[in-house]
Write a protein that binds this ligand. Structure first.
Ligand code: NAP
Ligand code: F7E
Length: 341
């Protein structure tokens, strides 16, 4: 049985990747952060199904704690390491640059050093990001496009990207960079723009929210489905050699287009509910990101299966159900309203 080690297993991609690898017959080992409240909500179902059988194994660690990462890798001896952990919110990275950058830079170096020192053929995956390009050009971006980071988050990712390549070239290690463009799902963090919108729509439809406050509605992204993108991560790790790979849909859409589709789905007009709040405008905006996934399509035989429209509808449908449950809990005074009015 192959063993995979995943950092960031409690995140959106951590959830989808764990599920994917377990279905492929892997034993999954993941790190979680100690928190004063439970932070395993996304993977609770997987824990109840697979932890007793030791198919899913969780350990307390942190990317800022190299000794714990090193001893875990020594003990587990995984075949594949997926480094998904990060403070992944771009706007937040301007507020806490030290933490964001330390996690994205020191973490990968600690993992790469451990992988190198283990002296076994361990494959390493680094979660690189389209944010590294900076969004100035409206052209298709591929593996050879120039990086021009516009945030502490993106600068940290550029560093880790280069380090991954350096370990690949210097020590002949199987170190892969997956340059993933935005990918979303019903498990997306609730402060990213797509999920913020669909969460808001669910609550508006059920009468427990009045408006959604947003920032730049003209921003353009290449949005895909997280479930499709974790398959690409795995395919990169099975390819005959380690490389850098762009994973994207090849379609660009604005925040306004996401609003159009999502609100239309419930028969409402977004213009009646969306307010612009200056606090969501970033100090340095990434205006336009569009990826060219042809290398992955041709060499990995990968393609995105979920369209932009179906992704928006999937997320709205899921959040309508969540809001329906919230409404009942609110009426029974079992929860308080913690979201925007
Ligand atoms: P996410 O939902 O925000 O999950 C991030 C994960 O990292 C969580 O499990 C989080 O733990 C963990 N984490 C944060 N700081 C940590 C630290 N110091 N030590 C250990 N764990 C830490 O992100 P995602 O959307 O799944 O993205 C996965 C990775 O891909 C990230 O590296 C992200 O930067 C990158 N990426 C994402 C996208 C995208 O569109 N989703 C695109 C390109 C690249 P808690 O649950 O305890 O907070
Ligand atoms: O913003 C605009 C915002 O926060 C998308 C991360 O997974 O993908 C993600 O980063 C756009 C930006 O994602 C709001 O200004 C408008 O232009 O959903 P987002 P992101 O910044 O693209 C990349 C690839 C990653 O690697 C990151 O980890 O939407 N926008 N109004 C807003 N964004 C947010 N969050 N909230 C708003 O109210």
């Amino acid at each position: 049985m192959k063993k995979a080690f995943i950092t960031g297993v409690t995140g959106q991609d951590g959830y989808y990747l764990s599920k994917f690898l377990i279905d492929k017959g892997y034993e999954v080992h993941g790190t979680i952060r100690r928190s004063s409240t439970f932070n395993t909500k996304r993977i609770d179902e997987l824990i109840s199904q697979y932890s007793e059988k030791k198919i899913l194994n969780l350990y307390y660690s942190d990317l800022l704690d190299p000794s714990s990462l090193n001893s875990l890798l020594q003990n587990i001896q995984p075949d594949e390491v997926y480094n998904l952990a990060a403070q992944s919110h771009v706007a937040v990275s301007f507020k806490n640059p030290h933490f964001s950058v330390s996690t994205s830079t020191n973490g990968p170096v600690s993992l790469l050093e451990s992988v190198k020192n283990l002296g076994k053929e361990i494959k390493y995956y680094q979660a690189s990001s389209s944010e590294m390009y900076g969004g100035v050009s409206t052209d298709y971006l591929d593996e050879n496009s120039i990086f021009d980071p516009k945030s502490p988050y993106a600068a940290g990712k550029v560093f880790a990207h280069h380090m991954t390549k350096i370990y690949r070239e210097s020590y002949n290690l199987f170190c892969v960079n997956g340059i993933l463009f935005n990918h979303e799902s019903p498990e997306r963090g609730e402060t990213f723009v797509t999920r913020k919108i669909t969460r808001g729509i669910g609550r508006i439809v059920h009468g427990i929210q009045n408006n959604i406050s947003l920032g730049n509605l003209d921003a353009v992204r290449d949005w895909g489905f997280a479930g499709d993108y974790v398959e690409a991560m795995w395919l990169m790790m099975q390819y005959k050699e380690a490389d850098d790979w762009v994973i994207a849909t090849g379609e660009a859409h604005s925040v306004k287009e996401f609003l159009d589709i999502s609100f239309n789905h419930v028969g409402l007009k977004w213009e009646d509910y969306v307010k612009i709040d200056e606090k969501y405008i970033r100090p340095n905006e990434v205006n336009h990101l569009l990826g060219n996934p042809n290398k992955a399509k041709n060499l990995l035989d990968w393609k995105p299966k979920v369209s932009f429209e179906d992704l928006a509808v999937m997320m709205v449908e899921s959040d309508l159900k969540l809001a329906e449950q919230e409404k009942v809990l609110l009426e029974k005074n079992l929860i308080s309203k913690t979201w925007e009015d």
